[in-house]
Design a protein around this ligand. Structure first.
Ligand SMILES: [Zn+2]
Length: 85
């Protein structure tokens, strides 16, 4: 790794959808390829934020400039996240 970004992999909702959370913003995997993640709001706000990982899971490249406020999540005692907005 070596890049000072705290990445948290979270599960959201009943479907246990996997997201990556960084500074309260969430990123979703757009395909089955685990290397390519885009902001969860890419399609609703055309947000340019994204993450790129190597095959071994190291963070290679990231853009963390969002054009919207972070979404609201509630973390349950079990460690699951529920989207509030
Ligand atoms: Zn965004």
């Amino acid at each position: 790794m070596g890049i000072g970004v705290h990445i948290e992999r979270i599960c959201v909702g009943k479907q246990r959808k996997q997201l990556i959370m960084i500074s309260n913003y969430t990123f979703a995997r757009t395909t089955t390829d685990d290397r390519y993640w885009n902001c969860s709001k890419k399609y609703s706000t055309k947000c340019p934020a994204k993450l790129r990982f190597s095959d071994s899971g190291a963070l290679l490249h990231y853009e963390l400039e969002h054009n919207h406020e972070p979404p609201s999540y509630f973390k349950t005692k079990a460690g699951h996240y529920v989207k509030l907005s």
